[in-house]
Design a binder for this molecule. Structure first.
Ligand SMILES: O=C(O)COP(=O)(O)O
Ligand SMILES: [Mg+2]
Length: 227
């Protein structure tokens, strides 16, 4: 039996230019165990990915603010403080940075994401004034303003429980500080070579290969182990 997977999306299933690597469509549809997409992106993105892979929609979105499994949505974070921080940031001249349509935040229910072009120093200053009620997480793709109580790892534990699978049975692959909590609850964890320092420090193994090259290597090794 291949093990269940907890897979980050950006930096892990993508190319360096941010596209879904086509190998995702070869390797994941037939994976014979649960696959949880655990992402900082908002809820529709991992649902769409699972849908178009023909897989059950088992997802963790918004860095753990949302967990979805068996048709049940759990909203695990309160957006009030993150939104107040974003409003104060804008009142002080900061820009969220996604342009007028802002599809990055449109469906985001528990946190606020800002472009890496946003004024990080101002954002961290405004967030620090919220007295520990928010943290700023830099995924390498966005700054996320979220409750410190929310994490991908905690949400994955809920999803695993609903699937009746122990969290330790999962193998995780990720690339950034928002994956450290996942790495903390699964049995085996891998950071791709492009991972940030936090992901590298918290993963069991740091891969030699980057992006989907790294993830594909892990999947190949897991299949081989299964034979
Ligand atoms: O949305 C982000 O900032 C990063 O997304 P990821 O968690 O799938 O890498
Ligand atoms: Mg990532």
């Amino acid at each position: 039996m291949v093990p269940p997977l907890a897979l980050d999306i950006d930096g892990t299933l993508t190319t360096p230019s941010g596209r879904i690597d086509p190998r995702v469509f070869e390797l994941l549809p037939g994976w014979d165990a649960p696959v949880v997409f655990a992402t900082g992106k908002s809820f529709p993105y991992p649902v769409a990915l699972a849908h178009f892979l023909g897989r059950p929609e088992t997802v963790v979105a918004e860095n753990g603010g949302i967990a979805y499994v068996d048709g049940e949505t759990a909203v695990l974070g309160d957006p009030a403080v993150p939104r107040a921080v974003a409003e104060e940031f804008e009142a002080r001249g900061g820009e969220i940075g996604w342009g007028p349509g802002d599809t990055v935040n449109r469906w985001r229910e528990t946190e606020v994401a800002l472009s890496l072009d946003a004024d990080e120093a101002l954002l961290r200053e405004v967030a620090a004034a919220a007295d520990g009620d928010v943290v700023v997480v830099d995924t390498g793709y966005a700054y996320h303003v979220k409750s410190p109580a929310v994490s991908k790892g905690a949400a994955l534990e809920r999803v695993a429980d609903a699937l009746d699978v122990a969290p330790e049975a999962f193998v995780a692959v990720g690339d950034s500080e928002n994956d450290a909590s996942t790495f903390g609850v699964v049995g085996e964890s891998y950071a791709v070579a492009n991972a940030d320092a936090t992901a590298r420090d918290t993963a069991d193994v740091v891969l030699d290969e980057s992006y989907m090259d790294g993830t594909a290597r892990v999947l190949a090794d897991l299949r081989e182990r299964d034979e």
